[in-house]
Design a protein around this ligand. Structure first.
Ligand code: 13P
Ligand code: SF4
Length: 309
């Protein structure tokens, strides 16, 4: 079948089944284009919590679909390919968090949403890359020790910004870690007027040479508002589609040819159509895990509505 035929099938099924299609900014262009909403992790969590549709098809990776299920447990949440995981999320498990908590009894656990529901169930609060610093400042006392899991690079950025005492975990994103300083430096030489925007999952070396450290949603806002015409983008390549679509007159250059997340690319039109047809694969979570993870995610969503928008 051709893409055009899959698109027709998806459009017919989404209406028949009352399904909403949510897509992360790193999805393939054709998936972003067919989604009811494309956005960053925080925007998608808020949409998942608000939607009235009974079926949510999540085009992203497993931790994002799990977050949607925790926020909307009575709804059917589908992930068109259950193998679309996140290696960073898999770098920490429940017993790792329990051990950290027992070693730092007075610390609070702040958990990046790029983690499993089982890990979130152990956390005091969740955050995304767009709200992390504001959440820290809003929710925790200045003297509060914070265990930040799992991303050590985002943790470093937030610790520096807020001046708080963080206990780090050695997690990282393999995709963002493949972006090299020499690639960005070469582009900066070639395009001296360009603004370099990078994601906080990038290494310290990359963040140090960037002009802006932003979540994917923040990159979109910044690019629209900026009078700059050329941008070097240090994040997963899918983001360029959104930026270019929203700003056709501006130029966006990917910082590295290696910045592709293989898991984000597992969702295709064919799998999305099959998922709508068969209402599978479905996200199923233990009710106890949902109950425990819900507080840390819902609190994040509620705090964000107050402090972010
Ligand atoms: P954003 O929340 O900035 O979209 O980042 C999501 C993410 O980490 C996927 O790797
Ligand atoms: Fe995970 Fe990195 Fe892929 Fe995001 S880009 S889903 S953090 S591996």
């Amino acid at each position: 079948m051709e893409n055009r035929q899959y698109i027709e099938k998806i459009n017919k099924l989404r209406k028949e089944k009352n399904a909403v299609i949510l897509a992360h900014n790193y999805q393939r262009p054709e998936i972003q284009d067919i989604a009811d909403f494309a956005g960053d992790s925080l925007e998608l969590s808020i949409k998942a919590a608000q939607t009235k549709d009974k079926i949510i098809v999540f085009c992203g990776v497993l931790f994002m679909a799990e977050t949607a299920k925790v926020l909307s447990p009575s709804k059917t949440v589908l992930l068109p390919d259950l193998n679309a995981g996140c290696p960073m999320a898999d770098m920490i498990n429940e017993s790792d968090v329990k051990k950290l908590k027992s070693e730092h009894e007075n610390a609070k656990v702040l958990c990046y949403v790029n983690s499993s529901a089982v890990v979130k169930a152990q956390a005091d609060l969740c955050c995304t890359s767009s709200n992390a610093a504001k959440i820290v400042e809003y929710a925790f006392d200045k003297k509060q020790e914070i265990i930040f899991i799992p991303d050590k690079y985002l943790a470093r950025v937030v610790a520096e910004k807020t001046g708080r005492k963080f206990i780090f975990w050695d997690g990282f994103c393999p995709t963002h870690s493949r972006i090299l300083p020499e690639e960005i430096n070469a582009l900066k030489t070639k395009f001296p007027d360009a603004v370099t925007m990078v994601h906080p999952e990038c290494t310290k070396e990359i963040c140090d040479i960037a002009d802006e450290i932003l979540s994917t949603g923040q990159m979109s806002v910044f690019a629209k508002k900026s009078s700059t015409k050329t941008f070097i983008i240090g994040t997963e390549e899918g983001m360029l589609h959104r930026l270019q679509k929203e700003n056709p007159e501006k130029k966006f250059i990917l910082a590295s040819k290696n910045a592709t997340c293989p898991n984000m690319k597992k969702i295709t039109l064919e799998k999305l159509a099959n998922s709508l047809e068969t209402l599978s694969p479905e996200i199923v979570l233990d009710s106890e895990i949902i109950k425990k993870a819900e507080k840390s995610i819902r609190d994040m969503v509620e705090i964000s509505k107050k402090i972010m928008y």
